[in-house]
Design a protein around this ligand. Structure first.
Ligand code: SAM
Length: 321
C-alpha cells in the first residue's frame, strides 16, 4: 500500500529548511536541544547505526553526525520521513557537509519501516512519533532495534508555549481562510479586473469591481481588528498588499496563478499547525504510551518534561529500551 501523502510537509521541506521552525531556526537546532542530542549520541559506540524517524530535512540526524565528528567516530545515520524531503538544504557549509554523509528515505511511513529486524542500535525522534500512529510505530521501532537498543524522543507537550501559540494561530487560520474566505474574496476581485488594455479600461474595470474590492477591504479591516497580534494575520495582510500592488500590471491569468500559489502556501501552513496541535501529548497520552510500550516489548520506559533554554516547558523527553 502506498503511504498517504503529506503535501503540507513535502512543500515545507522542499523550501530547503533544516528545522521545523524554518527561517526562525535556519542553521539547525541550537542550545538545549542540540546539547540534549549530543548527550544522547555521545554514548554510542563507533560504528553505531542510528535511525531518525520523521526526520524532516534531517535536523537530528545532522546533530548525530556532529557528535560523531566531535568524537572522531563513524555512525551510520539514516533519516526517514513520510514527506518528500529535500536533497539540498539552505544552511551553513558545516551543516551541509555533515548532512552530505547521511542516508535519507522520503515517502517512508514510520508505521511501516523498510528496514530489517535489528538494523539499528539507536532510534531517535524529535516532534515525530506523536505525528504518527503511535501503536504501530512503537512496534516497528522495537522490531528495527537490536536487543538492548534504545529509542529516545523529544515530543510535543500539549501545554508547552509552542503548542499554545500554535493552537491560537490555528483559530486565526481557520477564521481567515475558511470563515472569512479572505483569498476567495481576493480571487473574485482579481478575476473581475479582467485584462484592461489601457489606463481608461483599467479605471473602468476597477470601478465595476468596486463591490468586490470593498468586500476584500472589509475582511482586511475585520482581520486587523480581531487579530492585532497574530503573526499569521500579519503575514496574510502583507501578502495581500503585495499581490494587490502588482495586480493591475499583469494579465488576469498570471494574477490569478500567483494568488493561487500564495493562498495554497497559507493553506499548507495552516495544515502544518493543525498537525502540530493534534500531535500534542497530555498526561493521559503519556500514560497510554507507557502502557503501549509494555505491549510492544519495551522493558524500560521513562518520561519527563523537557525544558527550553529559558526553563519553559517545551516538550516531553521520552526514553524506551
Ligand atoms: C514537526 S516535523 C519534525 C521534523 C524534524 N524531526 C524536526 O525536529 O525538525 C514532523 C514530521 O513528521 C512527518 N510525519 C508525519 N507523519 C508521519 C508518518 N506517519 N511517518 C513518517 N513521518 C511522518 C512529517 O512529514 C514531518 O516531516
Amino acid at each position: 500500500m502506498k503511504p498517504r501523502a503529506v503535501p503540507q510537509w513535502s512543500d515545507f521541506w522542499q523550501q530547503g529548511f533544516v528545522t521545523t521552525f524554518g527561517p526562525g531556526m535556519p542553521d539547525n537546532y541550537q542550545g538545549v536541544i542540540a546539547d540534549f542530542w549530543d548527550s544522547q549520541f555521545e554514548h554510542l559506540e563507533d560504528g553505531a547505526r542510528i535511525l531518525d524517524i520523521a526526520t524532516g530535512n534531517g535536523a537530528v540526524a545532522i546533530l548525530a553526525a556532529k557528535t560523531a565528528r566531535k568524537q572522531d567516530k563513524t555512525f551510520a545515520i539514516t533519516g526517514c520521513d513520510l514527506a518528500t524531503i529535500n536533497p539540498q538544504v539552505t544552511a551553513s557549509e558545516e551543516v551541509q557537509a555533515l548532512r552530505a554523509g547521511l542516508r535519507f528515505r522520503s515517502n517512508t511511513a514510520c508505521e511501516k519501516l523498510p528496514f530489517d529486524k535489528g538494523a539499528f542500535e539507536f532510534v531517535s525522534s524529535q516532534f515525530g512519533l506523536e505525528y504518527c500512529k503511535i501503536p504501530q510505530v512503537l512496534g516497528e521501532i522495537r522490531r528495527v532495534l537490536v536487543p538492548g537498543g534504545k529509542f529516545v524522543a523529544i515530543a510535543h507537550h500539549g501545554d508547552s508555549n509552542l503548542l499554545k501559540a500554535a493552537h491560537s494561530e490555528v483559530q486565526v487560520y481557520r477564521a481567515l481562510l475558511k470563515d472569512m474566505n479572505l483569498f476567495g474574496r481576493v480571487r473574485a476581485y482579481f478575476g473581475a479586473l479582467g485584462n484592461p488594455l489601457n489606463q481608461e479600461e483599467l479605471r473602468m474595470a476597477i470601478n465595476k469591481a468596486k463591490p468586490l474590492s470593498t468586500s476584500v477591504n472589509e475582511a482586511v479591516a475585520s482581520m486587523k481588528k480581531r487579530y492585532p497580534d497574530s503573526e499569521c494575520a500579519r503575514q496574510m495582510l502583507a501578502a495581500i498588499n503585495s499581490l494587490a500592488q502588482g495586480a493591475a500590471r499583469v494579465q488576469s491569468k498570471q494574477r490569478l496563478r500567483t494568488l493561487a500559489m500564495v493562498s495554497e502556501d497559507f493553506e499548507m501552513a495552516g495544515e502544518r499547525l493543525e498537525d502540530m496541535v493534534k500531535a500534542g501529548l497530555d498526561g493521559d497520552a503519556i500514560d497510554r504510551l507507557h502502557a503501549l510500550a509494555r505491549t510492544s516489548a519495551f522493558s524500560d520506559f521513562s518520561c519527563q518534561p523537557f525544558l527550553d533554554d529559558g526553563g519553559n516547558l517545551a516538550g516531553w523527553h521520552i526514553e524506551l529500551s
